[in-house]
Design a protein around this ligand. Sequence first.
Ligand SMILES: [Mg+2]
Length: 241
Amino acid sequence: MTSVKLGAIAGILFDKDGTLLDYDASWLPVNRELASIAAQGNAVLADHLLLACGMDPVTGHIVPDSLLAAGNTRQISEGLIAAGSMMDVLELTERLDTLFSHAADFSAPVTDLAGFFRRLHERGYRLGVASSDNERSIRQTARRFGFLDYLDYIAGYDSGFGTKPEPGMMLGFCAATGLSPAQIAVVGDNNHDLHMGHNAGAGLTVGVLTGTGSRESLAAADYCLNDITELESLLPVAQPV
Ligand SMILES: [Mg+2]
C-alpha cells in the first residue's frame, strides 16, 4: 500500500522549523527572547509564559504540538496574553514577527539544504515550503541556505492560504504546480503538518525527528524519519510522469 503511494509522489511540501531547521539550535534562544518581550523584561513572568506556551525554561524541553512547537505568530501572541502578558495582541504579533525574521539569520539547518533541494529538484520533484512562520522569514531562510531557486512554492501563515492544519497551504501548492493531492508528500515535525496533509488528501505524510515531535507523537505519519536526508533513499529514484 505505502510503496504504491511512494511511486505516485511528484511533489514534496516541507515544513520549515524542526524539519529543514534544527529546532533546538534555532529556536530555544528565540523562545527565551520572545518570552522576555512578552513579559516586558519581567524575568519571573517570562519563565511563566514559556512554561504556559510549552517550553520548560530550565531544560529547554518543548512539549510536542504545544503553542511554541506548532503555533503561528498570532496564536503564540494570543497564548502569551492569555497566560499573563500585558501587551496588546497586534503590537506583540508585530514584535514577534520581526524577531522571527531576524531569527532566520541565526538558524541552524539539519543538512546542506542547497545540495538537498538541488538533488530532489534534479530528480524531477516539485518542491515547496509551508510554514506557520511568516513568508518573509521563509524567503530569508531559503535565500540564506541557497535553495530559493529550487522552490516552486512558499506559503507562510500570512500568505493567504489559511493556517495549519487547514488544507489551504497544501491545496495552494497543488494549484501552483498542477499536481493532485495524491501526488504530494507532506513532511513535518508536528501533527499540524500531518493533519494539514490528511485534510487536503495528501498521498503521503512523513514525520521527522529534528523538531519537537517524537515517534509516539507522530504516530499518524505514514513514515517517521530521523531527518529529511532519509527521504532521498525512501523516495523512488525514477520519477513518475
Ligand atoms: Mg515545525
